[in-house]
Design a protein around this ligand. Structure first.
Ligand code: FMN
Length: 204
């Protein structure tokens, strides 16, 4: 008999994938991953399909005292760029920016497609998305909770400058990672059967 390299099934991994659920950043608190866990998490995050091994992504960490500082800068930038908004509304959103990083760790996944590569930028961006998902799944496997968000802080040029996102780069996601204050209820999940067709040669 030829020896098989088939990996044994992992019921624990399957259960995690079948039950993982995002937790809003405001619902996350300490503890977050320690230095060793964070390093391991990054190694897991970087273990994604990457056509032609371009590594078209990088990471920015926001943790500790930097969270309040960057929040204050984002809040001010929000005010500066939304002078046209009614003050009450502007202040409401500026306050949200000020509290944008409540979780112990936020990882900004920066997509940086290699220009002029034979690999389409879209494929490179998908690889950055895979990095985000691996971070979320890896964090869940370590017993942490998290969420993948974007929004104003991930898209407005003023915010990108504050984050340190350069020309030719985009934020694929901000991953907030910590421990859930409360276990989240599930949300409705897609009906996969309704989303699936089976190709047949008789169809155009
Ligand atoms: C690229 C991307 C950006 C997202 N941005 C936000 C966001 O800014 N705010 C938000 O509440 N959810 C955002 N979401 C949705 C959440 O990450 C998540 O899908 C949702 O809370 C449902 O969680 P679950 O299906 O993982 O349990 C985004 C999702 C993706 C893939």
């Amino acid at each position: 008999m030829i020896a098989s390299t088939r990996r044994p099934p992992s019921p624990e991994t399957l259960a995690l994938l079948e039950t993982r659920r995002s937790v809003a950043a405001a619902g996350l608190q300490a503890p977050g991953p320690d230095a060793g866990q964070t390093q391991r998490l990054l190694t897991i995050a970087a273990r994604v399909p990457d056509h032609a091994m371009l590594t078209p992504w990088r990471f920015i960490f926001i943790e500790g005292a930097a969270r309040a500082e960057i929040g204050a800068r984002l809040a001010q930038a929000y005010r500066d760029h939304n002078g046209h908004m009614p003050e009450e509304k502007r202040e409401k959103f500026a306050a949200i920016m000020g509290r944008l990083f409540p979780a112990p760790l936020a990882v900004v996944v920066v997509s940086r497609p290699v220009a002029g590569s034979a690999i389409p930028a879209f494929e490179q961006e998908l690889s950055a998305g895979a990095v985000c998902m691996n971070l979320l799944t890896g964090a869940a496997a370590m017993g942490f909770d998290g969420i993948w968000v974007t929004g104003w802080a991930a898209t407005h040029q003023a915010a990108l400058t504050i984050l340190g996102v350069g020309v030719g780069e985009r934020v694929a996601g901000i991953l907030h990672i910590g421990s859930a204050k409360e276990a989240p209820a599930d949300r409705p999940r897609p009906d996969v059967a309704a989303l699936t067709t089976r190709w047949s040669p008789s169809e155009p």
